[in-house]
Design a protein around this ligand. Sequence first.
Ligand code: NI
Length: 383
Amino acid sequence: MEIRALAHEMMPEIIEFRRDLHRHPEASLQEVRTTNRIAEELDKLGVSYRRLEPTGIVAEVKGAKPGKTVALRGDIDALSITEKTGLPFASECDGLMHACGHDTHAAMLLGAVKLINSIRDSFAGTVRFIFQPAEEIGEGAKLAIKQGALEGVEGIFGMHIAAQEPVGLVSGKAGPSAAATDQFKITIKGKACHGAMPNTGVDAVVAGSALVMNLQTMVSREFSPVDPLVVTVGSFHSGTRWNIVSGEAVLEGTIRSFSREVHNALPETITRIAQETAATFRAEAEVEYHCITEVLISDPEMTDLAFVAANKVCDPAMVKRSERLQMGGEDFAEYTAHAKAAFMTLGAGGEAPQHSDHFVIDESAMEVGIAVYSQMALEMLAK
Ligand code: NI
């Protein structure tokens, strides 16, 4: 358990670093202080890095001999939530909070940099550490990839802390685990007229109402029943007055899916249903479609490697295969579409769920995180 012992040793400084980030949460693409703090720590270690634009940082530690390059990713951004934990190191920034644990991800990844750097004479290859910004808005992974974070990488591992799982429980799942998250906006154009003479106009409320119902047939009639799919219309705005037929309706919503095939077919499908439903009522529909995250699909071999690693540095009773599909998106998914990748979950024994203003984690879980991150990289390099 040498790796675990090394992780254990550095816990006081890693906790201190995590608490510093926790006090100073920053919104997506505004993680300037966070990036600078990470850079400072890397400077102290003499580890080389380059900054991403506008925020984020990619560090690299080369082993004694040339070999493969493996990447580890930790996200660093916070959420627009006002913290109510009452912790002594609670957020000092009103309206911002590390309520998803990305402060722990940054701290654990820094721990892995320290650990890997301290044993760099013992392995061949390169470990790249991606301190990724803007996960919460689904922009960070895309930005990092565009700026070369995956260049030359043979595999990438990510990890997310899970507040409500037992402390130190490491789990993962080969195949899909987090949904592709898409956002749509449909504008229905009709023609306003007097509510007493609807035949003289085109009613956008009626067309929009029919569309809300027809969109659900995507789930029941368009795609395989064994591929989970959720279509939600979250807002529907139309009309100005009780006795006027509304000339425009705007519907906004989200679609969650778990297969690349389904995901790729969604824009065309929703556009067809929207336009043809609108046409039924003599109206027109315009569809704006935005993919926020891809479906997160862990490679089976990479997942096996992650489990081998976890079993080496953890009590095997605390390492479990998961079968759970998470409906929320995770932008690590973007890496899984471009490289061999695996994503793991680390229990942190809290009570409140992720994104709650009472989100608290047991910091001792970070020791496991540092060790698992490090061992996953070593496992991949040695393979
Ligand atoms: Ni998160």
